[in-house]
Design a protein. Structure first.
Length: 123
C-alpha cells in the first residue's frame, strides 16, 4: 500500500511539474505588406497549426512597440511538453515551410520557449 501511495504521489508531482510550453517566434518578414507573396507566407504559416501536438496557434501583429525593434510579426504556439516540440520540428509540413517560405522571406528572428511559473522572489 505504501508503494502504491508513493507511485501515485510521484505521478501527481510529475504531472504538476510538466507545465505547457509557449513558443514565441518574433520575426522580420521581408515581403511587401499586402502582397500575394505575403498572403502565401501567412497561409502556409497558419497550416503549421494543424501539426499534431500543437495545442494552440496564433499569428501576432504588432499593435505598438514600446522599444521598436526589427520584428514586424510574431507567432505564438502552445505545446503540451518538450516531446511535442521535437515532433513538431521534425514534421514534414514544418520542414517544407522552413525550406520553401521561411529561409527566403525572414531576415531576422528570435525564438524563445516559456513555461508558466511563479517568479523567483529570492534575494
Amino acid at each position: 500500500m505504501k508503494k502504491l501511495i508513493l507511485v501515485l504521489g510521484l505521478l501527481c508531482a510529475a504531472s504538476l511539474s510538466a507545465a505547457p510550453i509557449t513558443r514565441l517566434i518574433l520575426f522580420k518578414l521581408d515581403l511587401p505588406k499586402g502582397s500575394a507573396e505575403e498572403k502565401v507566407f501567412i497561409d502556409r504559416a497558419m497550416a503549421l497549426s494543424k501539426i499534431p501536438g500543437v495545442e494552440a496557434f496564433a499569428w501576432l501583429n504588432i499593435v505598438e512597440a514600446k522599444k521598436p525593434g526589427p520584428y514586424n510579426y510574431g507567432i505564438r504556439i502552445l505545446f503540451k511538453d518538450e516531446s511535442d516540440i521535437k515532433a513538431y520540428v521534425k514534421h514534414p509540413t514544418h520542414g517544407a515551410f522552413i525550406r520553401d517560405q521561411w529561409k527566403s522571406s525572414v531576415k531576422e528572428m528570435q525564438i524563445t520557449d516559456y513555461t508558466e511559473s511563479k517568479p523567483d522572489m529570492a534575494p
